[in-house]
Design a protein around this ligand. Sequence first.
Ligand SMILES: NC(=O)c1ccc[n+]([C@@H]2O[C@H](COP(=O)([O-])OP(=O)(O)OC[C@H]3O[C@@H](n4cnc5c(N)ncnc54)[C@H](O)[C@@H]3O)[C@@H](O)[C@H]2O)c1
Ligand SMILES: [Zn+2]
Length: 456
Amino acid sequence: MASISNAFSLSLPSNRIANSSSDFNPITSALSGLDSGEFSPGRVAVSKPSGIGGRICANATPVMDQPVGEKSSGAPTIVEVDLGNRSYPIYIGSGLFDQPELLQNFDRHVHGKKVIVVTNTTIAPLYLDKVVEALTKGNTAVSVEYVILPDGEKFKDMDTLMKVFDKAIESRLDRRCTFVALGGGVIGDMCGFAAASFLRGVNFIQIPTTVMAQVDSSVGGKTGINHPLGKNLIGAFYQPQCVLIDTDTLDTLPDRELASGLAEVIKYGLIIDAEFFEWQEKNMEKLIARNPNALAYAIKRSCENKAEAVSFDEKESGLRATLNLGHTFGHAIETGFGYGQWLHGEAVAAGMVMAVDMSYRLGWIDSSIVKRVDDILLRAKLPTAPPETMTVEMFKSVMAVDKKVADGLLRLILLKGPLGNSVFTGFLLIEVHCRSLVPSCNVSIYDKPIKIKHIY
Ligand SMILES: NC(=O)c1ccc[n+]([C@@H]2O[C@H](COP(=O)([O-])OP(=O)(O)OC[C@H]3O[C@@H](n4cnc5c(N)ncnc54)[C@H](O)[C@@H]3O)[C@@H](O)[C@H]2O)c1
Ligand SMILES: [Zn+2]
């Protein structure tokens, strides 16, 4: 193991050196009482339940064995999220909007006779009619209302959420109504939070239309909105009745959004599924070129990884937290730089590079992993460094209110060991003489020893 104190010194351009004494920082304030420089190797943070790591039941035919470009429509692939009596299916496939029986599973999915579809100005003209048709075809008893919100992360806020409640109340929706989220992660998170809080909780269905939402945000029940001081700070855990992923919706997704979603796909490989990462290394160009089989496989396998993590740790006390690799840094970029400037996946990509670099500097992973991460992100057309204008002060002020700050201590997800293993550092204490973040080096840099109290 490399000496921790040596691992973090680097000389930096003086114009980017932060004034470390200015802001209150929960990390320094929590340092008292700890032995300087001591490092307890601890246990590997997340002991994977059996079944995780090797298998992940990604038993679909590998894409390289399938005809390129062919869409396989028909019966959906189903990934089950196992949460006891709140378990639900994720339907994945092409042409699913033409299979109304999936949504109209009234015992299980749509409750009552009133449905409200929450979508936005971009998605409504593309898919709202199809979804209304899928909900109502052969079934006149159901009435569907809809609310079309402005498009963008900057509208993931309380004012926009109120528009959903306005419509729901005007439409006299009762406790047996169903909220349907039709859109990307912004719509899914907002609609889910609206469903969690309207009349103290109503039925809810996710129809995600971005890669980001299909591989990550629509699964697992994390819902919420942003606050000007931090991302996703207001929200609830609230599981949907089902998730319907019609992969045809990706045909209209802009390239940049597609790449953004791939950041989360890459994340699964790094934290939990080395085999999947290796598959991505062989197939990244196919994913970028929207090969339908490659995308379907990546979505399925990502959903399996997410479903497994959620099943074991719904409220994010351990295993599920590892899904946040790169997110603490990433959220700082999104918030500090202004919502909507960098896409979520772009910020997460740069954040993952920072987390991977940190893992390497701690001696937890070898340099080949650092290079592989950099390479695959570049091939996915994702950034590998934070924006040049992002200062240390911006990072510090946003990270101080990150959700993963517990009792004033910052918690980070890092990689440890062979590819596919991650740790949740419960109390990672970083001296705040944090000097700079140097985009050209792709890394976060600290000029003081890192002290770690616990690793779970
Ligand atoms: N709840 C979770 O567990 C979780 C996980 C990951 C991300 N998120 C959240 O998800 C959000 C990001 O989601 P996102 O990347 O989907 O962004 P998004 O919802 O803003 O969608 C991206 C853009 O693509 C457009 N769009 C969506 N589907 C389209 C389609 N099929 N064709 C054409 N355009 C389409 C949208 O209108 C939007 O302009 C962030 O707010 C993030 O915090 C939540
Ligand atoms: Zn994310």
